[in-house]
Design a protein around this ligand. Structure first.
Ligand code: ADP
Ligand code: ZN
Ligand code: ZN
Length: 737
């Protein structure tokens, strides 16, 4: 009997499976769906997953190749995760093989066994304690003893790195007779141990009401936890997790890229007496795989990570939390363009567990889902403890001179706060010295030679940088257009604001926090330590300052320019602006000191700004959502964006025009209603890094109609000869257009 035919999902941009004969001598019943196989592909070998078994193949029998090796005896992934990946591939119109390779740790993609390296645990021997004389001069060993003391039943080898311990330190301790290796599994110990390392805070009424609803629910349920900054959302997460752990279930926590600070990790580890794995960018491939296995096998009780952690398998799922659910870092911007927040909700549904989406400034998508009754709203309207909410004011800067982006009254106010011994935070979302360099004689502006964008002027060292393609060049001495010598920086970036602040406040430190000053790994830690010392100072920075941090001594937050968001070409501009303002403002007045927020604007009477200043985010969102509904924009409609780029304009045009023609044909043939094709049009930045970019927006009143079209369209589009001459992609639910 010939070997059965297997359909293999391989890492390839093609949206299809590849047929092979099963490995020699392996019968169909020993070829589980979801197991990995190694197969020949062109002149190399690839690792793929078995996605199906078939009797026949459209590949002629003589051409059908045979798989070289079966790598797993069972599916690599629990069924629900396999389903999640299949759904992701289909929803985002991406090949299954490529989807799986985005979802799996690198080592598994390379064929590494999916087994924990050792089932071995390290355990402290009686008589070992941190002050033991044998380790008085070995800080690493001392730390290991301290950590093992918190794990009386042993700490697994796989989790060592998660606790910052090294194998060397443990082996030294073993030689000194202070630790031993044991092999029994920690789950088999019958000795109960306390779940909490530190007691939970006493919830306030609003926190309690939220927790009551979360704890009472069974099966799938999605809550939007809308809580003003500092209202104690994290405490709600912690107590919801506690309940989940009591039921012997695991919790998965997603946090935004910039939110994965040591403080956050610390907060989870300090509370619970259970293994916590944190998937952060500092892990090497082996550590990442160990963490993945610890989660899949149920050894890790809490899994915390950024976007891609949504694909971590769990043996006993119980709760999924997405913190700062509005954050853009949940949306992957290339390759598999998924949104981890949305996948979290789908996964909750698959696994029949609760999902908490938390934010002070919920995305309009989530607010809309509350309106439609799909999510339940839980609100925390008060700051926890004694903290007062900040006071918002707009500062009309029409016809006021600006220096370093700041008006005179603002500088005065900052001086008052500083002299009272407080800290001041200045937010400007542009790094560099000035957004561009202009000739005073003829109006020439420094532009990037490879992009449709201005060059940003940087001062140390003096250079022009393009923030879009990364190219750099020396600052022009004379105008390339009129040879004039009056080249001047226009507008302000963080460097220029910093410079002006230093000249205004020579007696106070000015700390700049942006991507240019925070390059070193330790830089942020050092800066945070300085800020937390409480000395009066001015912080100036970009959105790096805006997220996650608590600055209890900041009493004044200044937002230098709110206008960009109000007249941005992207319909999401106002939403983003409001989220940014509220998030930055949330850094102020967290302790007992009340905070003040000043928004400089030329449009103080703009209704959206008034809503924000005089009311709150909810009021702002209500008005803006009504406008979206009127205009038929998301979240009241559904979109996909077909993007193309090439060295030559004619090729993007040919490809996208061809796509419109195909789509029109399919819409007519399949009688699909309620769809609109907008474009093709040049992308907002038509030329970037030397390549031309254009796009076609597909807008639909029904999600199902959109998907029906995309499904049919992409199969045909892939076959088009023009498709090979451009780089193209499809983005379902795009977040930037
Ligand atoms: P959020 O996540 O909503 O920004 P946090 O959970 O970080 O808020 O809470 C803000 C501060 O309030 C923290 O210092 C936290 O310890 C404190 N806090 C939270 N809940 C309570 C409570 N119930 N009682 C006292 N303090 C609390
Ligand atoms: Zn000139
Ligand atoms: Zn450029």
């Amino acid at each position: 009997m010939p070997a059965p035919i297997i359909q293999v999902a391989l890492p390839s941009p093609l949206r299809r499976l590849f047929d092979y004969r099963g490995p020699a001598g392996v019968r169909a019943e020993h070829l589980p769906i979801g197991a990995r196989v190694r197969v020949p592909f062109g002149n190399r070998q690839l690792v793929g997953l078995i996605a199906g078994i078939a009797e026949h193949s459209s590949v002629p029998a003589g051409k059908l190749k045979q798989a070289a090796e079966l790598l797993d005896h069972q599916s690599l992934l629990p069924d629900s995760l396999w389903q999640l990946c299949r759904w992701t591939a289909s929803y985002y119109q991406h090949g299954l093989g490529d989807t799986l390779s985005s979802a799996l740790p690198v080592l598994l993609r390379q064929g590494e066994p999916a087994l924990a390296r050792q089932d071995m645990l390290w355990q402290l021997l009686p008589g070992a304690y941190p002050e033991h004389p044998a380790i008085s001069r070995a800080p690493k060993q001392k730390q290991a003893v301290q950590t093992l003391a918190m794990h009386p039943h042993g700490l697994s080898h796989a989790l060592l790195s998660q606790w910052g311990l090294t194998r060397d330190a443990l082996e030294s301790l073993e030689r000194k007779g202070l630790v031993q290796r044991i092999t029994q599994s920690p789950h088999h110990s019958n000795e109960p141990r306390p779940l909490l390392r530190e007691p939970a805070l006493q919830p306030n009424d609003e926190q309690q009401a939220a927790l009551d609803r979360i704890i009472a629910a069974e099966g799938f349920q999605c809550w939007l936890l809308e809580g003003v900054t500092g209202s104690g959302k994290t405490e709600v997460y912690l107590q919801a997790i506690e309940h989940c752990l009591k039921r012997q279930r695991q919790a998965l926590v997603l946090i935004p890229e910039i939110g994965l600070t040591p403080q956050t990790m610390e907060r989870f580890r300090r509370r619970f007496n259970v293994p916590v794995v944190i998937l952060h960018s500092g892990l090497n491939d082996r550590e990442r795989l160990d963490a993945w296995i610890a989660a899949r096998d149920g050894e890790a009780s809490i899994v915390i990570g950024t976007r891609s952690a949504i694909f971590t398998p769990l043996a006993r799922p119980g709760l999924i939390i997405v913190d700062e659910e509005h954050d853009l870092s949940y949306k992957q911007q290339d390759g598999l363009r998924y949104n981890a927040r949305d996948l979290a909700v789908y996964r909750g549904h698959l696994e029949q567990v609760g999902v908490i989406l938390g934010s002070a400034t919920p995305s309009f998508e989530s607010l809309h889902n509350v309106q439609r009754g799909r999510y339940q709203l839980l609100r925390l309207t008060q700051r926890a403890g004694n903290a007062q909410p900040p006071r918002f004011q707009s500062l009309d800067i029409r016809s006021r001179p600006l220096e370093g982006g700041m008006s005179r009254p603002l500088i005065q106010l900052m001086g008052e706060h500083l002299r009272q011994g407080n800290q001041v935070l200045v937010f400007i979302n542009r790094r560099g010295f000035a957004p561009t360099l202009m000739c005073h004689d003829c109006g020439w502006m420094a532009e990037c030679r490879r992009c449709d964008a201005r060059m940003t002027l940087h001062q140390f060292p003096p250079q022009l940088h393009c923030h879009h393609c990364g190219s750099q060049r020396p600052v022009d001495r004379t105008c390339p257009s009129c040879q004039g010598e009056q080249l001047r920086p226009v507008g302000a970036g963080t460097e220029r604001t910093e410079e002006h602040l230093i000249s205004c406040f020579p007696d106070f430190p000015v700390l700049r926090i942006d991507r240019d000053t925070m390059g070193r790994k330790q830089a942020m830690q050092e800066m945070l330590a300085r800020i937390h010392s409480g000395e009066p100072c001015v912080l100036v920075g970009t959105q790096m300052l805006a997220k996650g941090h608590h600055f209890p001594d900041v009493t004044l937050v200044a937002i230098l320019d709110a206008d960009g968001g109000l007249f941005s070409a992207d319909f999401r501009g106002p939403e983003r602006m409001a989220q940014q303002i509220i998030q930055v403002a949330g850094r102020a007045g967290r302790a007992s000191k009340p905070g003040q927020v000043i928004i400089q604007t030329h449009m103080a009477e703009h209704p959206l700004l008034l809503d924000l200043v005089e009311h709150d985010y909810a009021r702002f969102a209500e008005r803006e959502l009504a406008a979206r509904q009127q205009a038929g924009l998301p979240p009241y409609s559904f979109t996909a964006l077909l993007r193309a780029e090439a060295n030559d304009l004619a090729q993007t045009d040919a490809f996208l025009d061809g796509a419109v023609e195909l789509a029109d044909g399919l819409l007519a043939r399949h009688r699909i209603q309620g769809l609109e094709l907008l474009g093709p049009v040049p992308s907002p930045m038509e030329r970037r890094a030397g390549r031309y970019r254009a796009q076609l927006l597909i807008l639909a009143t029904q999600r199902s109609a959109l998907h029906q079209l995309l499904h049919l369209l992409l199969v045909e589009l892939e076959q088009q000869p023009q498709a090979r001459r451009v780089r193209w992609s499809i983005d379902v639910d795009p977040m930037d257009m």
